[in-house]
Design a protein around this ligand. Sequence first.
Ligand SMILES: NC(=O)c1ccc[n+]([C@@H]2O[C@H](COP(=O)([O-])OP(=O)(O)OC[C@H]3O[C@@H](n4cnc5c(N)ncnc54)[C@H](O)[C@@H]3O)[C@@H](O)[C@H]2O)c1
Ligand SMILES: [Zn+2]
Length: 378
Amino acid sequence: MVYLYDDQLIMLFNNKTIHLEDSLIHIGTGAIKELNNYLKHYKNNKKVKFFILVDENSIKYCLPLLVNQVKILNRAEIIEVESGENNKNIHVCIELWQTLSKYEANRKSVFINLGGGVICDMGGFVASVFKRGIEFIHIPTTLLAQVDASIGGKLGVNLDLIKNEIGLFKNPSQVIVYPWFLKTLGKREFLSGFAEIIKHALIADTTYWKKILKTKLSDETEILKLIHHSIEIKQAIVQKDSKEQNQRKLLNFGHTIGHALESYFLEKKEITLLHGEAIAAGMICESYISYKKNKLSRADLQEITLFINSLYKPITFKKEEEIRLVELMRHDKKNEGNDINFTLLLKIGKAEFNKTGSVELIRDSFKYYHEQYKLQKV
Ligand SMILES: NC(=O)c1ccc[n+]([C@@H]2O[C@H](COP(=O)([O-])OP(=O)(O)OC[C@H]3O[C@@H](n4cnc5c(N)ncnc54)[C@H](O)[C@@H]3O)[C@@H](O)[C@H]2O)c1
Ligand SMILES: [Zn+2]
């Protein structure tokens, strides 16, 4: 609703294309034109079936814009699922595979994910194992999906409460990052995506961090530049280590604690916590652990805490709930043996992976997190 993109921007980002292994990432207003070009070769082949996966928001806000500009997609079957992290599971996938079977999807079909990270993660997974894999395209429509979830080929669903426990690595043939979709995004969802932008700066780029500190979130020109730079940071990391054997683990900063918070509040069902909101809290706690265990300076810790606290509301949980949170952390895919694995900061703009943290330190970081919000209120 808030973000508009003017003509100057259209010029600036019209034809930006990044190559990532076997997929192409098109960023900017010209991205839709690129999709049109790409799908052209299906025009005379009426046998190729298109499927577009949407949720109740992307069908309303994004689908009309898409089919209006990409006429060939008028012939697509639209498959709608309910939005939300609690629907990113294998049961919904089974329904999707049944629907594909019913519509006689085959190896030549093209599956398009139009939505946020939930749609991209789950839709990509559904497509990449259906009949041992059909082509899929990501059209991310949230800030989070544009700067993070659609890039790098991680696909999958949650298993009960365990985040992304089932999945695989596979790149879409195309990623269409079209900024106009963000116009209808709510402020809360926008900020959730901004958390991954903060993460990209903290792990990889001091200058970028300084830039985002000064960026007005209502400034569309600047936001579009951030989208572009965040994609570049993520794809540069992924390119070096697509299967997360080493370097790619850097992108998990804030996620050991963040994922546990996300799972915990999914289980609790009282409030919905967005992915980025959980990661924002996780980044404060893991910065504290970085300060205690690694070389992060007190000044850097304070700068990170103040900035994140200025954007996100505190997540409240009691001391007795911490045991469950730590238990959930034990499921993290990055753990080896009994230790809980973290990516920690050395300084703003530089991180290290395969670091461990004790339960005591994790609980201290929760204390720090809560105290900082209290301090801010005074
Ligand atoms: N694969 C990866 O590398 C990766 C990286 C980061 C996050 N993720 C995953 O991404 C998911 C979170 O993604 P998300 O924040 O996009 O969540 P989401 O997909 O749930 O979308 C958030 C909300 O925005 C709505 N929405 C989508 N597009 C809209 C638009 N243009 N206008 C208005 N409303 C719109 C959705 O319907 C939903 O209600 C999590 O499951 C997380 O684990 C994956
Ligand atoms: Zn994330």
